[in-house]
Design a protein around this ligand. Structure first.
Ligand code: NAD
Length: 416
């Protein structure tokens, strides 16, 4: 079997674990370690030292020296079978369109977009070229989200009426540290006030609610708290006080968003990244027959096992393992080594599925319509907040096709 030739664009923390001291391996490390059927032939980043570090890793894994370039357009003429984009958010659509126009399948990292026009451009480009594009929402491959999706599909939670999720992650050091690392979040938090990272929690929820596949988002409302956490962190930190102490951040500490769906469900999202806290996606699904909560790893079915008293519910904390039989095969058979391959195994499974879809010419498991629908929440939330938290209409990027089209769940086509 000939190996798939891959070009990597964006070799920072996520792309190549550049500058990371926490044992992360990044997407590049994951591919080098776990995907025998692909070879990285081209690497691209704006910074030469990042190129050199990535090339060194590739050679250290026994592969040939890759082509290195600072101009992403060069990657399109380098004979690759696919590109993986893990640049800053502002470049995702631009690079993806360039790749798709060149007929090169694209895997695009997650993030929101500030620009609804960009969403339409991406859709139009896909419809004109037919080039596959995969949105790399790894949380759609995570164990918890896989479990609750399976419980919903089996009907165990009944009719789903409400979902909730957070991107709650103390990123104060990453954001302030951008003054040295060039990390884009520093600029983003300075200039914008919105739900800037909706897709980790919203992706799995949208899949559960069949968004773009019989259902759609109709409107949303967002509200942001004041911005205090980042400034306080900076003025108390000698590394940043002099350089960033005067900076005024537009981004509120907590941004909450409510989305209404055409089929009557509602969704609550929270962005919480500039105050001390634990990491939490908090995916919660409420149905007529049951409830799932990721934070306490709880499944509560309407089977009389738990009564309404608080102590009774506490017995359901961390009981999700009792439902492990419903997990997809991928999660039942995962190895210790694969569990270590980025974000507790979900990155490994996601990449495996992407490469397999490419090879077997299967439709991408998270497609362009899903990508732009989830990403657009950023722009729509900014609009709502700027106008005093007014409701904002959500565009139908499928142009009516959502009524009949069928998306796939991430474990529907390949379950192992
Ligand atoms: N799925 C996940 O779990 C996960 C985790 C972290 C980050 N991400 C996503 O990965 C992406 C990158 O995030 P990060 O934290 O690695 O950021 P980063 O700033 O560390 O890395 C981005 C890299 O892109 C490069 N870049 C920017 N514009 C470019 C251009 N025009 N040409 C070539 N290279 C360019 C930058 O030089 C930088 O090295 C973001 O979309 C982020 O949301 C996803």
């Amino acid at each position: 079997m000939e190996k798939l030739k891959i070009g990597f664009i964006g070799l920072g923390q996520r792309g190549a674990a550049y500058g990371m001291k926490d044992g992360s391996i990044g997407l590049l490390g994951n591919v080098l370690k776990n995907s025998d059927d692909v070879v990285v032939t081209v690497v691209c980043d704006k910074y030469r030292e990042r190129l050199a570090a990535a090339a060194e890793k590739i050679v250290a894994h026994g592969y040939d020296m890759p082509m290195q370039t600072t101009d992403y357009k060069d990657v399109m003429n380098a004979g690759v079978d696919a590109i993986i984009i893990s640049t800053s958010w502002d470049m995702h659509v631009k690079v993806a369109i360039e790749g798709m126009k060149a007929g090169i399948p694209v895997a695009m990292e997650v993030g929101g977009t500030h620009n609804i026009e960009d969403c339409w451009k991406l859709v139009d480009c896909y419809e004109e070229t037919g080039t596959p594009i995969f949105f790399m929402e790894n949380c759609c491959y995570n164990k918890d989200e896989a479990l609750v999706t399976a419980l919903v599909r089996k009907g165990l939670l009944g009719e789903v009426v409400y979902c909730q999720g957070y991107y709650a992650h103390d990123l104060r050091e990453e954001i302030a540290g951008g003054i040295d690392t060039h990390h884009y979040r520093l600029k983003e938090y300075t200039e914008n006030n919105c739900e800037n990272y909706p897709t980790h929690q919203l992706g799995p929820i949208a899949k559960i609610l069949n968004i773009t596949s019989g259902n759609r988002f109709t409107k949303l409302v967002s509200m942001s708290s004041k911005s205090a956490g980042l400034h306080e962190y900076i003025v108390n930190n000698p590394k940043y006080k002099d350089r960033l102490g005067d900076r005024v951040f537009k981004q509120g500490d907590i941004t909450t968003t409510m989305i209404e769906c055409e089929n009557g469900e509602t969704i609550f999202l929270k962005l919480d990244t500039t105050l001390p806290r634990l990491y939490e996606r908090g995916v919660t699904v409420s149905g007529t027959k049951g409830f799932y909560c990721q934070t306490t790893e709880s499944v509560i079915l309407d089977d009389g096992k738990y009564n309404h008293e608080l102590d009774s519910y506490k017995k359901a904390f961390f009981n999700q393992e009792d439902y492990a039989e419903y997990l997809p095969e991928d999660w039942q058979t995962i190895t210790e080594e694969q569990l270590k391959a980025g974000h507790g195994g979900m990155d490994y499974i996601m990449l495996k599925h992407f490469f397999r879809c490419l090879r077997e010419r299967k439709p991408m498991e998270i497609d362009v319509y899903e990508a732009v629908t989830w990403m657009s929440v950023t722009a729509l939330s900014a609009r709502s907040i700027a106008k005093g938290s007014v409701p904002v209409e959500c565009p139908d990027f499928t142009r009516g096709k959502y009524k009949t089209r069928k998306t796939v769940d991430t474990f529907e086509v390949f379950n192992n």
